[in-house]
Design a binder for this molecule. Structure first.
Ligand SMILES: NC(=O)c1ccc[n+]([C@@H]2O[C@H](COP(=O)([O-])OP(=O)(O)OC[C@H]3O[C@@H](n4cnc5c(N)ncnc54)[C@H](O)[C@@H]3O)[C@@H](O)[C@H]2O)c1
Length: 269
């Protein structure tokens, strides 16, 4: 028996990285998966986002667990695309029990060097995109009258300031405000809302950020995550998926409005 048997999880940014780990981990535990991703590049960040073949790989890894997988190409910044994605998910599976807001971007620049376009795209993807998923999924969860789980990936950057990441931090702190307010609003329906706060995670985002900043991956990691107390600089996507799985499982049924750090102790300093 899986921990999520009979559940449907709607995951944004699921083509690769942490989103793929969430999809495969939840499928392993019995959930059917709606995997949403943009599958194309944006003018910002200054590195490549996912491709359609990345998304297809996630779908095939989910199906290897004998779960159903629906891939949807959508931009989380677009109200019409997110509304359509949720409609497609309901058409296919009839319900959504778990929402994972994960699609995100990162890039480094000093606050006064961030252009207006960079600021807007950062905030649109990393904050508005989370809200839009909520906007269309929550009414469905309420209508189902079966509770629900909402998990939003923030970051250690959503709990502290980080040089070169002012726009990213602003968005990731914003996610905490969104999650805490939403937790108050949906508790009456048995829906929990929690945020995850990873330290550096070994994904294409880190490689992309380093390349865009013109430094090596090792230099970037040293710059941002030297305060990890445990002897590790980057954690693996699977470790974040393990935390999300717990939050989505019955074991965490009365846990809401929390900020769960998966940070190797970084925030203790
Ligand atoms: N990697 C890290 O060190 C780290 C640390 C803390 C938090 N995070 C957060 O974790 C989340 C996942 O990042 P990751 O590390 O897996 O990076 P990643 O780049 O591997 O994955 C992000 C995915 O989001 C998708 N995406 C980006 N913009 C989108 C949009 N507008 N619409 C739909 N999909 C879009 C990308 O195509 C990509 O597949 C992000 O929110 C990120 O900010 C990452």
């Amino acid at each position: 028996m899986g921990k999520l048997d009979g559940k449907v999880a709607f995951i944004t940014g699921a083509a690769r990285g942490q989103g793929r780990a969430h999809a495969t981990t939840m499928a392993r535990e019995g959930a059917d998966i709606v995997a949403v991703d943009i599958c194309k590049d944006l003018p910002y960040p200054r590195y490549a986002l996912s491709t359609r073949s990345d998304l297809d790989e996630t779908l095939s890894q989910v199906r290897a667990y004998h779960r159903r997988a629906l891939g949807i190409v959508a931009d989380t910044r677009s109200a019409s695309e997110m509304a359509h994605a949720v409609k497609q998910a309901i058409h296919e599976f009839g319900r959504i029990d778990i929402l994972i807001c994960n699609a995100g971007i990162a890039d480094m620049a000093l606050a006064w060097d961030v252009t207006e376009e960079w600021w807007d795209i950062m905030l649109d993807v990393n904050l508005k995109g989370y809200w839009l998923a909520v906007r269309y999924v929550v009414p469905q969860m309420i209508e189902q009258r079966a509770g629900g789980r909402i998990i939003m990936t923030s970051s250690v950057a959503g709990l502290k300031g980080m040089p070169g990441l002012s726009h990213y931090c602003a968005a990731k702190w914003g996610v905490v405000g969104l999650a805490r307010s939403l937790a108050l609003e949906v508790a009456q329906f048995g829906i929990t809302v929690n945020t995850l706060h990873p330290t550096g995670v070994n994904t294409a985002l880190i490689d992309g950020m380093a390349a865009a900043a013109g430094i090596s991956k090792e230099q970037l990691v040293e710059q941002l995550y030297a305060d990890n107390l445990l002897p590790v600089r980057l954690v693996e996507p699977q470790e974040i998926a393990n935390a999300a799985l717990w939050l989505a499982s019955d074991e965490a049924c009365h846990i809401t409005g929390q900020e769960l750090k998966v940070d190797a102790g970084l925030m203790l300093k």
